[in-house]
Design a protein around this ligand. Structure first.
Ligand SMILES: [Ca+2]
Ligand SMILES: [Zn+2]
Length: 454
């Protein structure tokens, strides 16, 4: 049975004791003080030598830690005796007891993660199992092509993977395009190349000239995907086919498939390629891979890139019928980025497509205001009617080049080479090599186009 402590009684007895034996009482008090001091000191000494380390992984991110950042940047904190020591954490990763410098996976995988801690003299570690999904960064570059002709060439760096969609606008563009590629590609290998359709403003740079080595010759290509059908027998098309087949024969193009092969999964072709951690390239179906049309543009190979939750759509020069088919045959997502259809033509960029994909950003490859194809100012790229439809979704519209005088061969950069960068698909930034002014704010636009009122 516990008896209640009676403070008054203790004090009374203490006073009695002090009167009876003052010396003994003083010793007792001193001993008590020493014991208390030892206890407090011992506690702090214990905490110094055996500090209380607390790791806090950031809430919901516990199952999805973004790599390639410091522990603190991951939104995690560590404290030692209540003091923030997150900066002192070094993370090491183990998969099945095998140490990894970093983890790359596009499948949610459980890893043992050791947090090695060095703080003052203390070294320790904490191990916990976390599920990790990594997503690589992507750079999508819409290129200027070094001459007065409108054309397409888009160079994409997804993680470490080099991807080129088209190489227009003329044979000599090969030089401009390859000098750009070489700022990113350091192994001489383009892992994926897409040739959307047989028009020279999309394939001439693949062929090149005697002084501007064609892209098909200059780089080793792992996988080339090109159009399934064409009506043309132009010189540039024939040159493309003969150089392509020559490079296939030499083993410099390892895999060659048409878009139709990708859809059918024949000859080893795939519909979806994992091009980097968390990034896929999907060849989208549309009916003009399989049936003839009199509009060459509608044969265009269409590709959708997905990076985490973000989607980026490329449709070559697909026109109205092709866009309708694309919508009908695919479950298209809303997209962060759309390469403006057919250089910003009014014959593409239809509501049927735009109302489904609701683009947040549109990048148009053309020489704005060029009379290369028409003398009707309203229809020159980017056409007023295309702008009217795009404007329902976004004003973040960018254009590579500005025509000054077509017959004199004078042109200037508008935005210039346009870079779309997204780190891990979380946020993104659009930067032009000349400037990053959106189309509706440009001098050309104010003189030549109107922005529709809402
Ligand atoms: Ca490469
Ligand atoms: Zn074109």
């Amino acid at each position: 049975m516990a008896s209640k402590l009676n403070t008054k009684k203790i004090i009374k007895q203490g006073k009695k004791m002090a009167k009876k034996n003052p010396k003994g009482f003083a010793i007792l008090v001193v001993v008590l003080i020493i014991l208390i001091a030892l206890g407090v000191g011992g506690y702090f000494a214990y905490r110094y030598f055996f500090p209380t380390i607390e790791f806090k992984l950031n809430g919901s991110k516990e199952t999805s830690i973004a790599l390639n950042s410091t522990y603190k940047e991951k939104g995690c904190t560590a404290t030692c005796n209540g003091k923030d020591i997150s900066e002192n954490i070094v993370t090491t990763y183990y998969l099945n007891d095998e140490k990894k410098d970093s983890i790359k996976t596009d499948v949610e995988t459980t890893y043992t993660v050791k947090y090695n801690l060095t703080y003052q003299k203390y070294e320790g570690e904490l191990t916990r199992k976390v599920k990790i999904t990594t997503v690589d960064a992507i750079d999508i570059n819409f290129l200027e092509l070094g001459n007065k002709y409108t054309g397409d060439s888009t160079f994409i760096k997804a993680g470490e993977t080099d991807i080129l969609i088209d190489a227009g606008s003329r044979n000599d563009s090969a030089k401009t395009i390859s000098s750009f590629i070489d700022t990113y590609c350091d192994d001489g290998v383009l892992e994926y190349v897409i040739a959307t359709h047989a028009h020279q403003d999309h394939i001439a740079g693949f062929v090149g000239t005697s002084t501007a080595t064609g892209i098909l010759k200059k780089y080793k290509i792992d996988t080339l995907i090109d159009f399934a059908l064409t009506n043309t027998d132009s010189k540039v098309y024939k040159d493309y086919v003969s150089l392509r087949d020559e490079q296939i024969g030499k083993g410099n193009i390892v895999n060659h498939y048409t878009a139709a092969d990708c859809i059918a999964g024949t000859n080893g072709a795939q519909k979806v390629y994992h091009v980097a951690a968390g990034i896929t390239m999907e060849i989208l179906d549309q009916k003009f891979y399989h049936e003839k049309t009199n509009d060459e543009n509608d044969y265009s190979v269409c590709a959708l890139f997905s990076q985490g939750e973000n989607h980026y759509l490329f449709t070559g020069d697909l026109e109205e019928k092709g866009e309708a088919s694309l919508v009908a045959l695919n479950n298209l997502p809303e997209v962060t980025l759309f390469k403006g259809g057919h250089h910003g033509s009014y014959t593409a960029n239809t509501d049927a497509l735009l109302n489904v994909i609701k683009p947040k950003t549109v990048c148009i490859c053309c020489c704005a205001g060029t009379n290369e194809y028409t003398e009707n100012a309203e229809n020159m790229f980017p056409a007023q009617r295309a702008i009217d439809r795009i404007a329902k979704h976004t004003d973040k519209v960018y254009v590579t080049t500005l025509m000054i005088d077509y017959s004199a061969g004078k042109y200037e950069s508008m935005n210039g080479n346009i870079n779309f960068h997204s780190n891990a698909g979380l946020d993104y930034l659009v930067t032009g090599s000349n400037n990053s002014i959106i189309l509706k704010e440009t001098e050309w636009f104010k003189k030549n186009r109107t922005w529709p009122t809402a």
